[in-house]
Design a protein around this ligand. Structure first.
Ligand code: MUC
Ligand code: MG
Length: 369
């Protein structure tokens, strides 16, 4: 039986300001969810947003208050080992709140997989890989700093895929910044851009043409999420793959985007999808439609990143890799043993549940209030 559900806000400083077109992240707030069951087993989940309400319509504070007030009371007393009926109850009674639902589903599946003594991935159909390629986002806003940061990552053998955040400056200035980095890093390295919706369609046509000619490998959410027809026009017009991110908020969007050929690649995010099961559904739709897959992040800490890793490890095709670098952007970790990044890959934890152990002292030290 589900006995209690606790939510905590943790404020964790970033290693450097992380600049997106919609916000600059200096401190990341993690919402941790702890589900306690009457058999003594507990499960952990996490939700993060980017820049409070700058990126989406949930904030860390709204996730906490909505779980505490509306979602948790629906779950207390339900059978803890029956995660599907518990999630069905939430989905029936609660509109929206995908991030909150995802954090709860993560905690419930973590607890259930611990109960069965299997990795969480095995509750989602089973993993087909034990390590995931991980991109790093260069977002200092400064070309030389970004090049130096990328060179350091290559030397450490941590990342050889780099995603650049653009869209704040004029198209030409952004293109010059990206192509300078691409030239400095060379052909062995994959350079991609995320415009975070900043361009209009005409800007996008100009910008993407120049980026494609300069050898850039992937263009993420170049225009407003609402302009799905524009996404389809860009996907048809260019050879360089166009990736859907902000427009993709779960299986129904995945179905619609696939139907209208509005993206070549989906960035699957567990929280944007509304949970781990729904993230799998998004991936299934992509695979059936011949759309490529990328494992996205909402800059989660270790718990959300481990949960994402368990989901992405089940994807049969993960052609574009992942960007599960969230914990590496933060100055503090909350695990007893950090996640392992080695040879350009994140190792998917193999222990029971999420396969990570929470350091309670660290959590207490970072807890808000
Ligand atoms: C996004 O839009 O992809 C993911 C990586 C990163 O640097 O920012 C996030 C959000
Ligand atoms: Mg994005």
């Amino acid at each position: 039986m589900i006995k209690a559900i606790e939510t905590l806000l943790l404020d964790v400083p970033a290693i450097r300001p992380h600049r997106l077109s919609v916000a600059t992240v200096n401190v990341q707030t993690l919402v941790l969810v702890r589900v306690l069951c009457d058999d003594g087993i507990e499960g952990w989940g996490e939700a993060t947003t980017i820049g409070g309400l700058s990126y989406g319509e949930e904030s860390p504070e709204s996730v906490k208050v909505n779980i505490d007030t509306y979602l948790a009371p629906l779950l207390i007393g339900m059978e803890a080992s029956q995660v599907a009926p518990a999630m069905a109850r939430l989905r029936k009674s609660i509109q929206g709140n995908r991030f909150a639902k995802c954090a709860l589903e993560t905690a419930l599946l973590d607890a259930q997989a611990r109960r069965l003594n299997i990795p969480l991935s095995e509750l989602l159909g089973g993993r087909v890989r034990d390590a995931l390629p991980v991109a790093w986002t260069l977002a200092s806003g400064d070309t030389q700093k970004d090049i130096a940061e990328a060179e350091k990552m290559l030397e450490l053998r941590r990342h050889r895929i780099f995603k650049l955040k653009i869209g704040l400056r004029a198209v030409e200035a952004d293109v010059a910044h990206v192509l300078a980095i691409k030239r400095a890093l060379g052909d062995e390295v994959s350079v991609r851009v995320d415009v975070n919706q900043a361009w209009n369609e005409l800007d996008a046509e100009r910008g993407i043409a120049a980026l494609e000619a300069g050898g850039i490998d992937l263009i993420e959410q170049p225009i407003r999420a609402e302009n799905r027809a524009g996404m389809a026009r860009l996907a048809r017009r260019f050879t360089v793959p166009i990736m859907a991110d902000e427009v993709l908020k779960g299986p129904l969007d995945a179905f619609d985007l696939a139907t209208h050929a509005a993206a070549d690649v989906f960035s699957v995010k567990i929280s944007q999808s509304g949970g781990l099961t729904q993230a799998r559904q998004v991936a299934d739709i992509a695979t059936l439609a011949g759309i490529g897959l990328y494992g996205g992040t909402m800059l989660e800490g270790a718990i959300g990143t481990a949960a994402s890793a368990h989901v992405f490890a089940t994807f049969s095709d993960l052609s574009q890799g992942t960007e599960l670098f969230g914990p590496l952007l933060l100055t503090e970790d909350i695990l007893t043993e950090p996640l392992v990044y080695r040879d350009f890959m994140l190792q998917v934890p193999t222990g029971a549940g999420l396969g990570v152990e929470i350091d309670r002292d660290k959590v207490a030290a970072l807890r808000r209030g």
